[in-house]
Design a protein around this ligand. Structure first.
Ligand SMILES: Cc1ncc(COP(=O)(O)O)c(C=O)c1O
Length: 464
C-alpha cells in the first residue's frame, strides 16, 4: 500500500498538512491564531461560532490553572463558570495532573480483558463516600451516558417502563436522557422520543404522586435544577419524594451530574436532606477537571440484575485507567482540602454579597438563589443578562447563562476560590451595574454590537 502524499490525495482531496500553530504567550502571530481558530470553528464546527462572544472577541484559550484561565494575550479570566461545573478542584490541580501523567507511563486505555485495578479502586472509593448503601458503579464518559444507564437499570430491575421526570429539567441530550429532559426546545426536533416519560412541575410532591401508575419504574430528579436556572425545590421536597417512592415501590434516580462532588456544600446534594437514592448519576467534576468520566451507582440488590450478563450495558472507553486515576485523585483532593465545606462557606459569602447587589440594583437583579457554589443570578431581562455577561468578559470574569433560563447567569467557580477572588468578582459586577445605571454600559455594548455586525458582514462577503 502506498503511503504519503498520493495516499492522502486519494482519500482527502484538500488535505493540507500543516503544523498546528504553537500557542506562545504574547506571540506576534496571536491575531492570526485567533482568526484561524474562528474561521475553522465557523467552517468546520458550526457556523454559529460567528455569533458567539468568544468568536467576536477572538479570545483563544492559552493555558489555565487554579481559578483562572488565560488567553494568549496574557489576559486573565477569573473563572466563575467552572466549565459548566467541571472544575470543582480547580483547573489543572497538581495532584490530578501528576496522577494522570504517571498513569500515561503505565496503562492508558485498558485491554478490556484483564482486571482493571483503577476502575475497581475508584468504585471502592465512590462506595466509601456515597450516601447509604450505594456500592456498585458503572463507568462511562459523560453525564448523558450516566443518565442513559440509570434509566436502563431502572427498567431492567423493575420490569416497568414509565419514568417520571420534571419540567425544565436537564439530563443530557442522548435519546434516553433527552426523553427525561424537560424542555421542548431540546426535545421537539427529535421526537418521537422514548415512550413512557412524563414531566411534572419541579417541587410539587402531589404531582409526582398523581403521575405514579402501576407501570412506573422510577422518578428522576436533579436535587437542584442546574440548567433549569438553579432552581431549588421547597425544603423537604427530596425527603418527601424519597418517602413516596419507597411507599409506592418506585425507584428514585438522582442526577447529581452537576450538583455532585462537593458543589453544593456537601459531597452530594442529597445529603442536605439525608436522602439516599436507589441510583445516583455522576459526571462533570468527577474527572478532576482533567479527564472526562461519568458514572451511575446503585445498591447490591439492584445491581444483581446486571449479574447474569455483565456486558448487557457496556462502554468501550468507560472506566479507562486515565479517567479513573483522575477521578480517584479528584476524590482525594476534595476530601484532603475539605472542598465541600469550603463550597458552603464561600457560597454563603458569594450569595450574601450578591443579595446586597440585588438590594442596590433591584431594577436589574431580580433574584439570587442557590446552594454552596451553585448560584443563580437572575436578571430582570435577557438583555441585561447579556450586557452584564459581555462586560464581565471584557473585565476578565467568566460566567454563562443556564440553558433553560436565559435571564439567569450561573455562578459555579472552582471550589478553591478565595474570599479575595469572590470580592473581586463582586466589585467588578457592582461596577458594571453602576455603569449600567449611569447608561455607560449601554454605549459600550452598542459599540461592540456594531463592530460585530461589521465583522460578520466582512466574513459573509469572504464566504460568498
Ligand atoms: C444535571 C445534568 N445531567 C446531565 C447532564 C449532561 O451531561 P453531559 O453534558 O456530560 O452529557 C448535565 C449537563 O449539563 C446536567 O447538568
Amino acid at each position: 500500500m502506498k503511503v504519503g502524499g498520493s495516499f492522502m490525495a486519494l482519500y482527502k482531496k484538500n488535505f493540507e498538512k500543516k503544523e498546528f500553530p504553537k500557542l506562545e504567550r504574547g506571540a506576534k502571530h496571536y491575531e492570526m491564531i485567533a482568526a484561524e481558530a474562528l474561521e475553522n470553528s465557523i467552517e468546520h464546527l458550526n457556523h454559529a461560532y460567528g455569533q458567539k462572544l468568544c468568536g467576536a472577541e477572538g479570545a483563544v484559550e492559552y493555558r489555565d490553572g487554579g481559578v483562572y484561565t488565560y488567553d494568549n494575550n496574557g489576559k486573565r479570566y477569573l473563572d466563575c463558570l467552572g466549565g459548566y461545573g467541571i472544575f470543582n478542584v480547580g483547573h489543572r490541580h497538581p495532584k490530578v495532573i501528576e496522577a494522570v501523567k504517571n498513569q500515561l507511563d503505565q496503562v492508558c486505555l485498558h485491554s478490556q480483558d484483564l482486571l482493571n485495578p483503577w476502575a475497581a479502586y475508584l468504585a471502592k472509593q465512590l462506595a466509601a463516600i456515597a450516601p447509604g448503601d450505594l456500592k456498585y458503579s458503572f463507568f462511562c464518559n459523560s453525564g448523558t451516558e450516566a443518565v442513559e444507564g440509570a434509566i436502563k437499570l431502572a427498567r431492567l430491575y423493575t420490569g416497568k417502563t414509565e419514568i417520571i421526570s420534571t419540567k425544565n429539567s436537564y439530563h443530557g441530550v442522548s435519546m434516553g436522557a433527552l426523553s427525561a429532559t424537560g424542555r421542548d426546545v431540546f426535545r421537539k426536533p427529535f421526537e418521537p422520543l422514548l415512550n413512557g416519560f412524563v414531566h411534572v412541575p419541579f417541587g410539587d410532591i402531589d404531582a409526582i404522586e398523581n403521575a405514579i401508575t402501576k407501570n412506573t419504574a422510577a422518578v428522576i430528579l436533579e436535587p437542584i435544577q442546574g440548567e433549569g436556572g438553579i432552581n431549588l425545590p421547597p425544603d423537604g421536597y427530596l425527603r418527601k419524594v424519597r418517602q413516596l417512592t419507597q411507599k409506592k415501590g418506585v425507584l428514585l434516580i438522582l442526577d447529581e451530574v452537576q450538583t455532585g462532588m462537593g458543589r453544593t456544600g456537601r459531597m452530594f446534594a442529597c445529603e442536605h436532606e439525608s436522602v439516599v437514592p436507589d441510583i445516583l448519576c455522576l459526571a462533570k467534576a468527577l474527572g478532576g477537571g482533567v479527564m472526562p468520566i461519568g458514572a451511575f451507582m446503585s445498591t447490591s440488590k439492584i445491581w444483581r440484575v446486571l449479574e447474569p450478563n455483565p456486558s448487557i450495558h457496556n462502554s468501550t472507553f468507560g472506566g479507562n485507567p486515565l479517567a479513573c486515576t483522575a477521578a480517584s485523585a479528584c476524590i482525594e483532593v476534595l476530601l484532603e482540602e475539605h472542598l465541600p465545606a469550603r463550597a458552603a462557606m464561600m457560597g454563603n459569602l458569594f450569595t450574601r454579597k450578591l443579595k446586597e447587589l440585588q438590594d442596590l440594583f433591584p431594577q436589574y437583579v431580580a433574584d439570587v438563589r442557590g446552594r454552596g457554589l451553585l448560584i443563580g443570578l437572575e436578571f430582570q431581562t435577557k438583555e441585561v443578562r447579556e450586557q452584564v455577561q459581555v462586560e464581565l468578559f471584557h473585565r476578565g470574569v467568566l460566567v454563562a447563562a443556564t440553558m433553560n433560563a436565559n435571564r439567569t447567569v450561573r455562578i459555579e467557580p472552582p471550589l478553591i476560590i478565595t474570599e479575595a477572588q469572590v470580592l473581586l468578582m463582586i466589585e467588578t459586577l457592582s461596577g458594571i451595574l453602576q455603569e449600567l445605571k449611569d447608561a455607560k454600559v449601554a454605549d459600550i455594548t452598542k459599540k461592540v454590537k456594531k463592530r460585530d455586525r461589521k465583522k460578520d458582514k466582512e466574513k459573509d462577503r469572504k464566504r460568498a
